[in-house]
Design a protein around this ligand. Sequence first.
Ligand SMILES: [Zn+2]
Length: 106
Amino acid sequence: MEIHIQKCQNCRSRNLRNILVRDQVQMVYIQCRDCEQLVARYVLAKGGYFHAGKGFESFLRSVERDGDFASARDINSTYDEIEAQIQAEFDTLTEKVTTLYKGKLP
Ligand SMILES: [Zn+2]
């Protein structure tokens, strides 16, 4: 596993802005807040977006957009699983990043 904390390749700033775009696919453009250049663009996979703390209704809307799930019962259990899984992934990642950067996150 490789871990990187993104920065602007133009001015080296870490002051970045995420711009979310929903069209045929969902995309995230990363813009530097200091020099306003494009840093990166991500295209999200179906079901690939999870907005922490927004709850089941928000999750349901993203599932509807992706048109990916068979039944409401499945969606409910899936939401609980996904929420717990993503939080666990993030907790593990936070530990790794803290170790990697020796507690001095850039
Ligand atoms: Zn920049």
